[in-house]
Design a binder for this molecule. Structure first.
Ligand SMILES: *Cc1c(COP(=O)(O)O)cnc(C)c1O
Length: 488
């Protein structure tokens, strides 16, 4: 006991002499029976930051910022990195008054471009706690309590997929890193299975609807990709089988994986996962399902049946920073057989071996994806899920799907607009009659410039179209009406 007291005394003196924060004004507070010295400057800075944070996350319609040229920003803020430092108050003021205004709040209810995001207040607040707690999320030895939180959230994600109970996953920096981690595991497993595959350039199959990161990550892996053209809108097992049959014999030997999509980013289309799983089983191919955008919809009972077959995947990508209301950045990769991921990703090194001893009793996230040192980025999701419960999440996701249906109906009723395809998940595509691509572009820029909305066009079957992607459950029908009116 005595020992522990003297340690507390020691850390108290260390606190007084924090290298970066030597208090000019200090105060004493009592916490339990322990005295702390409080650096009042630090308190003030913390209060400024908290005030900003509370204001920002309580504001449902934050100002929609717009980019400025770098030289213009520099002209306003000047050089911020100096030998003496410009001071926290000053730097924070520059951020709050100038720099953040050159960003678009991705959670604005009229931000329907790309895939928006709408982190819960609980998740944002806990993102601050995650940083403040300084947890190393690579190994259980250091990060046990934080990794426990992540794993609780992961358990729910895995349950949504219907994969067997042996399946599990890990949080990544996003869908790109999740896809790469999954495909490297697939490729390594393929090489492990047959020594003839070692040193052979691998090949994977996917559809034209697949996300650009699949091709980009194949490049990182030095794999070739064959993109399958789909007759209808989604990839089917029959088309996959035909594509395999059409491969030359030497390419068939190089084929190791199929990447199906559970909600294309452009149109919300879900591939026919069940028949794709049949083909993958027959051909002994790794089946990866990229649900980076659509994964949240696994929790939506109204659309869950469209994902039938996902429970037969070898790996799945889900981005909580898209449709599960987490702050950036947070992706997830889930494996049917976690051990295969460990074989592919576990890093070895003299200074890391210690973690494999003490930490081996627990779950080491570093073993299952491409990153070593990592933030416990699943913690904000965990806190928010723990606070609100999964039912609230299901409802919020259903609201996104409902908003897409509402927008679809409104488009059908508008004489100046033409629906291109029915709403899928939370995406709606439609045209403005007689508009050229330039008019769509000008309309986007005008809305953005005026701080009204950010909605970007896309192309569908060679034609320019307006694309709405709903995530934020606080987007209203009035928001939709106003945006549709701006197309008149
Ligand atoms: C967004 C997205 C990705 C990429 O995810 P990041 O989190 O941006 O890295 C991959 N696949 C699909 C289907 C996506 O929608």
């Amino acid at each position: 006991m005595k020992n522990k007291d003297s340690q507390n005394e020691l850390s108290a003196t260390q606190q007084e002499s924090n290298f970066f924060h030597k208090p000019k004004h200090k105060d004493m507070i009592t916490g339990g029976n322990k005295m702390h010295t409080i650096d009042m400057d630090l308190v003030e800075m913390t209060l400024d930051v908290m005030k900003y944070t509370i204001d920002r996350i309580s504001n449902i319609t934050p100002e929609m910022g717009a980019p400025k040229k770098e030289e213009d920003l520099f002209r306003i803020v000047g050089e911020t990195i100096t030998p003496e430092g410009i001071g926290g108050e000053n730097a924070f003021k520059l951020f709050r008054d100038v720099l953040v205004k050159a960003t678009v709040p991705i959670d604005h209810p009229r931000h329907l471009a790309f895939v928006p995001a709408a982190p819960t207040r609980a998740a944002v607040m806990f993102d601050l706690v995650t940083s403040a707690s300084s947890i190393h999320g690579a190994y259980w030895m250091e990060g046990a309590g934080g990794i426990f939180c992540e794993n609780q959230a992961m358990k729910w994600l895995v349950s949504l997929t219907g994969l067997p109970s042996s399946a599990f996953g890990v949080f990544t920096s996003g869908g790109t890193a999740a896809n790469l981690s999954a495909l490297v595991t697939a490729r390594e497993t393929w090489r492990e299975q047959n020594s003839e595959n070692v040193g052979v350039k691998s090949l994977l199959l996917t559809s034209h609807g697949a996300h650009s990161s699949v091709q980009a990550m194949a490049k990182v892996m030095d794999s070739d990709v064959v993109m399958i053209d789909c007759e209808e809108e989604n990839l089917t097992g029959r088309e996959l089988q035909n594509a395999i049959n059409e491969l030359e014999e030497k390419d068939k030997k190089r084929l190791f994986a199929v990447v199906a999509t559970g909600g294309t980013t452009n149109a919300g289309i879900i591939d026919e996962l069940d028949t794709i799983a049949d083909v993958c089983a027959k051909e002994s191919l790794w089946m990866h399902v990229d649900c980076a955008y659509g994964g949240g919809a696994l929790a939506a009972l109204s659309v869950r049946h469209f994902f039938k077959g996902i429970e037969r995947a070898d790996s799945i990508t889900i981005d909580p920073h898209k449709w599960l209301f987490s702050p950036y950045d947070c992706g997830a990769v889930i494996y049917k057989n976690l051990e295969l991921a460990k074989k592919a990703h576990s890093q070895k090194g003299a200074y890391l071996d210690i973690f494999k001893d003490e930490g081996a009793d627990g779950f080491n996230p570093a073993d299952y994806q491409i990153q070593l040192t990592r933030r416990v980025r699943g913690m904000p999701l965990w806190f928010s899920l723990a606070m609100h419960g999964t039912n609230k999440y299901r409802q919020a996701i259903e609201r996104g799907i409902e908003l897409a249906k509402i927008a679809e109906e409104k488009v059908k009723e508008s004489s100046h607009l033409e629906l291109i395809r029915p709403a899928s998940l939370s995406v709606v595509l439609f045209k403005r009659n007689a508009w050229t691509p330039e008019q769509y572009r000008d309309w986007t820029y005008k809305n953005h410039r005026e701080g009204f909305a950010l909605v970007t066009p896309t192309t569908w079957k060679g034609e320019t179209a307006v694309r709405f992607c709903f995530i934020n459950p606080d987007t209203t029908e009035v928001d939709i009406d106003k945006i549709l009116d701006s197309l008149k």
